[in-house]
Design a binder for this molecule. Structure first.
Ligand code: NAD
Length: 457
């Protein structure tokens, strides 16, 4: 745990105003990009060690995504920072009005282990672009990646500007948050811990962004292109061995296509990962024993129609399809966060919706259909952080879309411009000229009501 002196040093650095200029922010973003690219190989090695990710997967879901965000921020920073002029209402004319983006101060970014690099560095870009000082707290459960990230940060940034803090989150974070008032806390992780963070932040009225999880449903309608649906669902459900916050958690398939989607999924799993996924270059591992035990328990529920094999020493759980699950099974109560996919059939939209509504609003919702009317109905019917139509999870890779949950799946959002906004305060500024100062605005007010009613309405 950093002592209070090092947190105060960040505050002093922030108060010096150094982090606020366009030139400073841009230079830090560029330095960060160079440092990441210099450590590209180290990141491949570390992410393979922690999660058995392939280089290609690392580029698409971790480093490449962060580099894209950096490129966008470097290019757009000037535009983002510019105060926005807005019109002024009749009452206040001839004043002028604008919105200034003000940094929040010293912000805390807390990240989980499943995309340990992306989920720490992606919000960091927004925090730097917005002119803040930052405390970074990576997950303790992806230790190889944590070592590389520490080196990247400490090689290029002074500790008073960006402080990298490691350790048991349950200990380190409450200590920091109870001793120091952060300008903002940005947390990615489970809903259970998100609530703890929210409560701690409330104590000092610290604003939060919570990027949480939940059960993201995936509906396959009778008119969906089944082969394409199976390929796209399998792609993100089994990427990173299912340890993805936006992975389709369970499938709701129209009864008329249940058999064909199962057959297509089996076929595509074989194509992606061969009949020995444990040896596949493309298939990841479960992060640790605790997660392995938790996910393995789901294999005791329902009926396995594909997969089901495990190897504890390797952190291996085969891509698995389950049927015959009930809403009382833990696999349909918890967020699965592993390579196990329950498939439930429905005969009417109402029946499927009733299942979705048994859970809080999800982080993501996926609908596969060829019918635009059905698509619109589904998008309207399911409140969710984000959605894909005829796709799963990829919405989060478009930096022009805000990424975040709602309710139990999160508060706030980020990516691209939204990251800058998340780490900025929108300061309202009104400037009033002195050459016009009508007496009507000042007491005595008696007899002015008619005029006030004309101007203020
Ligand atoms: P985790 O256990 O690594 O925890 C996340 C962070 O919280 C870590 O830095 C940890 O040190 C800290 N932490 C743990 N206990 C704490 C406590 N009591 N007080 C304060 N801090 C504490 O990761 P996890 O929570 O297992 O991550 C998996 C969850 O994260 C899933 O629910 C997943 O859906 C969600 N997730 C969400 C997103 C998103 O973008 N919305 C992305 C990835 C993961």
């Amino acid at each position: 745990m950093p002592d209070i002196t090092s947190l105060n040093a960040l505050q002093d650095y922030f108060n010096s105003g150094l982090t606020q200029s366009y030139a400073f922010r841009k230079e830090q973003l560029k330095k960060l990009k160079t440092a990441i690219l210099n450590h590209e190989q180290d990141l491949y090695d570390a992410l393979h060690k922690d999660l058995k990710k392939s280089k290609e997967e690392v580029w698409v879901t971790e480093t490449g995504m962060v580099i894209t965000e950096l490129n966008v921020a470097i290019k757009k920073l000037g535009k983002w920072m510019k105060p926005k002029r807005v019109s002024t209402n009749l009452l206040n004319l001839p004043s002028g009005s604008r919105i200034m983006n003000e940094p929040l101060g010293v912000v805390l970014i807390i990240s989980p282990w499943n995309y340990p690099f992306n989920l720490l560095f992606n919000p960091l870009i927004g925090a730097i672009a917005a002119g803040n000082c930052v405390v970074l707290k990576p997950s303790e459960f992806a230790p190889a990646t944590a070592v590389v990230m520490k080196k990247i940060i400490e090689d290029i940034f002074p500790k008073e500007y960006i402080l990298y803090v490691q350790g048991d989150g349950a200990k380190v974070i409450p200590e920091m948050m109870s001793n120091f008032t952060f300008g903002h806390v940005f947390y990615t992780g489970s809903t259970v811990v998100g609530k703890i963070i929210y409560k701690m932040a409330a104590d000092r009225l610290v604003p939060v962004t919570l990027e949480l999880g939940g059960k993201s449903p995936c509906v396959v309608e009778s008119d969906a292109n089944i082969k394409v649906a199976a390929r796209r669902i399998a792609m993100t459900k089994f990427s990173n061995a299912g340890q993805m916050c936006v992975a389709p958690d369970y499938l709701l398939v129209h009864e008329s296509v249940k058999d064909s989607i199962i057959d297509s999924m089996k076929e595509i799993i074989g194509k992606f990962f061969t009949d020995k996924p444990e040896e596949s270059y493309n298939y990841g591992k479960i992060i640790n024993e605790k997660q392995f035990e938790r996910i393995s328990n789901y294999l005791k529920e329902g009926t396995i129609v594909h997969g089901g094999r495990t190897e504890k020493e390797k952190g291996y759980i085969e891509p698995t399809l389950l049927i015959d699950v009930t809403m009382n099974d833990s696999v349909m109560k918890d967020e699965i966060f592993g390579p196990v996919l329950p498939i439930i059939s429905f005969s009417s939209t109402e029946e499927a919706l009733a299942i979705i509504q048994q859970h809080p609003d999800p982080l993501s919702f996926y609908i596969y259909t060829s019918n635009t009317k059905k698509e619109k109905e589904w998008l309207k019917a399911v409140p969710a952080g984000g959605c894909c139509v005829n796709n799963s999870s990829w919405h989060l890779t478009n930096h022009n879309l805000p990424f975040g949950g709602r309710g139990f799946s999160g508060i706030g959002n980020y990516h691209g411009r939204y990251s800058f906004d998340t780490f900025s305060h929108k300061k309202a500024v009104m400037k009033t000229p002195t050459w016009f100062d009508p007496a009507i605005k000042y007491p005595p007010f008696k007899g002015k009501l008619k005029l006030f009613k004309w101007v203020i309405r």
